[in-house]
Design a protein around this ligand. Structure first.
Ligand SMILES: NC(=O)c1ccc[n+]([C@@H]2O[C@H](COP(=O)([O-])OP(=O)(O)OC[C@H]3O[C@@H](n4cnc5c(N)ncnc54)[C@H](O)[C@@H]3O)[C@@H](O)[C@H]2O)c1
Length: 344
């Protein structure tokens, strides 16, 4: 019988890529659970499903639920058993977390507790992935790449609540033997991303010959940098973790037998925001008009550099297969052909 997977936040940017990736690469039954807020958009799933035959479309089920509330008995019996859960639902816009931190506690901590409580009642669950962020480590000084077990240092309520969700996941593995992995990933980009995010916004501004704002340090000379990773590579990394559990379970536990293994899913290369904007302009054969802005001190809670060490995943045999330049060209080309996803 085909395996069954629950994707929370399936109508979100990364969640819908996950659904697409699983449709393409498995025969699994897929359930998306989402509450469709300002960033959730069912049109993403609809757009994706257009490319599939009816048999595959039938493998996807959409369920509406706000995880601020527990998954009650009626919904539990309606959903049935799952082999896997990837918990991606979260409030993820940093600015909003600075304005309204409590709502992030509800969406990222309380909601995580609700999904973990639900998961521990399942009988066939082989693995739950708690999908976290590099931001839990805070800003990375030059030349530092954070490893999975480095200390956390949240600089905004978003990252603090994601770290809180992580600790709950660890506690559920310790207290209830819930099989959990945690992933940390950096800035993800790809098709159908929210148009306010840096990459779609830059594609649009370059196309419209507007000035692109590049976040930099106080001197306005050093641009911020990230290891950007394409959403499909992130999905590939998650599927790799689900399919290679036997191999992964042989990794020696570190830190006094700490439970709940953690994995950094890292983009192919670090790139600064100016070079990234230049790549986007080059892909469109257009000139980049830009302005460096001291974003860091004018907007506390935003960090200049994030950086993760991807050696653990590499040692297991996983790394992104396509280089950044190709991925950028792919997304620019797709976005220009599908302009409605660039509209703000
Ligand atoms: N986008 C990135 O660069 C990035 C990087 C690292 C980690 N992450 C993590 O990846 C996950 C997905 O991020 P994204 O960029 O796709 O975000 P997104 O905002 O596009 O999607 C999040 C989805 O979760 C849903 N959701 C939020 N609160 C919910 C609740 N209480 N109940 C049910 N559904 C709820 C929203 O409706 C939305 O569809 C998040 O957990 C985020 O923290 C994102």
């Amino acid at each position: 019988m085909a395996k069954k997977i629950l994707i929370t936040g399936g109508a979100g940017f990364i969640g819908h890529h996950m659904i697409n990736y699983l449709l393409k690469n498995t025969d699994w039954e897929i359930v998306s659970l989402d509450r469709l807020d300002y960033s959730g958009n069912l049109n993403r799933i609809q757009d994706t499903l257009n490319d599939y035959k009816d048999n595959d479309k039938k493998r996807v089920r959409i369920v509406y639920h706000d995880l601020r509330a527990e998954i009650n008995n009626i919904l539990t019996s309606d959903l049935g058993e799952f082999n896997y859960i990837i918990h991606m639902a979260a409030s993820s816009h940093v600015d909003r977390s600075i304005t309204d931190p409590l709502s992030f506690v509800y969406d990222n901590v309380v909601a995580t507790c609700n999904i973990l409580n639900y998961a521990r009642k399942l009988k066939k669950l082989e693995r739950l992935i708690y999908f976290s962020t590099d931001e839990v480590f805070g800003p990375a000084p030059k030349n530092v790449l954070y490893k999975e077990r480095d200390r956390y240092n949240s600089t905004n309520p978003y990252s603090a609540t994601k770290a809180g969700g992580e600790e709950l996941a660890v506690a559920f593995e310790n207290s209830y033997k819930l099989p959990v992995y945690i992933t940390h990933t950096m800035n993800v980009f790809g098709e159908r991303q929210h148009p306010e995010k840096y990459i779609p916004m830059t594609i649009r501004k370059v196309r419209d010959k507007e000035v692109v704002t590049v976040h930099s340090d106080e001197t306005k000379k050093i641009p911020g940098s990230r290891h950007y990773i394409h959403a499909e590579d992130v999905c590939d990394g998650c599927l790799f973790l689900l399919l290679n559990q036997k191999k992964i379970e042989q990794i020696k536990n570190d830190f006094g037998n700490a439970k709940c293994k953690k994995f950094n899913l890292v983009g192919p290369t670090e790139v600064n925001n100016l070079d990234l904007a230049l790549k986007i302009a080059k892909s469109q054969n257009l000139e980049l008009k830009y302005e460096m802005v001291d974003f860091h001190s004018s907007r506390p809670g935003h960090d200049l550099r994030y950086a993760l060490d991807g050696n653990l995943m590499e040692s297991l045999g996983w790394s992104p297969k396509i280089d950044l330049d190709k991925r950028i060209s792919q997304v620019v080309e797709w976005s220009l052909k599908n302009e409605r996803w660039l509209k703000v």
